[in-house]
Design a protein around this ligand. Structure first.
Ligand code: HSE
Length: 301
């Protein structure tokens, strides 16, 4: 009997300012994918997000990749996808597709690969580990991809904070945002980020909120990417005026993420909404999210 799999994959927020290609965390905004083997390809989007409906679909491609890796023939797949993570906004939508394809296929094959194997494969496919690893494991992840293997620590975050995502109405493709980066940087800029990334990782985990604004400081990617996010400097300004602990470009953008207190997140959202509207940024969405400590869940549906 063919048992369909249901996969729930969290959104992620990578870099967290200073931790370029290394730090990332999972959030409680989810894509859902239903996947089952069948002859031929059938792919359905359950919302109004247009998705490729042939073998070029990233979920399908990732599943095919895993079948090939395991030496198994993929007859075809029926895939239904519900896309809550907006595309090309720095919230891990493509890594969610890669993770769904890999973990769904692994389960369809009765789990020949371990979670660590899947973490490694997903990071190699994505090119960096800071979205795919928290998407699989959940929590706050500090990760290094070295020689095809991810060296990582996942920490469950229980601290009193929330994440206000300022989501613009425009996309920013990761290729474009990476192309904007310089090939070389000054030694002092490397040292600047190194210290702050270490501070970010441990301060988020331990709840030292007073460190977060300095820890989010970055000279490796954000200064080069801000040009693509019209309205970013205003949003940075308003978020700090409203008491954000830290604000940074989520992943490669275009979303800006504020880490805020869980005590007054409703008030923060209300005031931020009014401020955005007043600045002509009325098409931006604000989503106040929490950490997801569980990562991707695969169940027989
Ligand atoms: N670390 C990556 C980047 C995240 O900033 O380009 C986007 O996938």
């Amino acid at each position: 009997m063919v048992i369909p799999m249901k996969i729930r994959i969290p959104a992620t927020s990578a870099n967290i300012g200073s931790g370029f290609d290394s730090l990332g965390l999972a959030l409680n905004m989810y894509n859902y994918v239903w996947m089952e083997e069948q002859e031929g390809v059938e792919i359905i989007s359950l919302d109004d997000t247009p998705v490729p409906t042939d073998k070029s679909n990233l979920i399908y491609q990732s599943a095919q990749y895993l079948y090939d890796l395991c030496g198994r023939r993929l007859p075809g797949l029926k895939i239904k996808q519900l896309n809550n993570i907006p595309m090309a906004r720095g919230l891990g939508s493509s890594s969610a597709c890669i993770v769904a394809g890999l973990l769904g296929a692994n389960r369809l094959l009765n789990s020949p690969l371990s979670t660590d194997d899947l973490v490694n494969i997903a990071a190699v496919k994505e090119g960096h580990p800071d979205n795919s690893t928290p998407a699989i494991l959940g929590g706050l992840v500090t990760a290094v991809l070295d020689g095809g293997k991810v060296y990582k620590v996942k920490q469950e975050i229980m601290q009193h904070m929330r994440f206000a995502a300022f989501i613009p109405d425009f996309e920013l493709k990761t290729e474009v945002a990476r192309h904007a980066l310089p090939r070389e940087i000054a030694h002092k800029d490397g040292a600047y980020n190194l210290a702050r990334a270490a501070l970010m990782s441990v301060s988020l985990y331990s709840g030292h909120f007073e460190n977060l604004r300095v820890a989010a400081g970055d000279k490796l990617h954000q200064p080069y990417r801000l040009q693509y996010i019209t309205g970013a400097s205003e949003v940075f300004g308003l978020s700090y005026d409203l008491g954000a602990y830290a604000t940074y470009i989520s992943g490669a953008g275009s979303t800006l993420m504020s880490i805020i207190s869980d005590q007054n997140s409703g008030e923060f959202e209300e005031k931020a909404r009014k401020a955005l509207d007043g600045m002509g940024l009325d098409k931006w969405r604000i989503e106040v999210l929490d950490i997801d400590n569980s990562g991707t869940k695969v169940t027989a549906s």
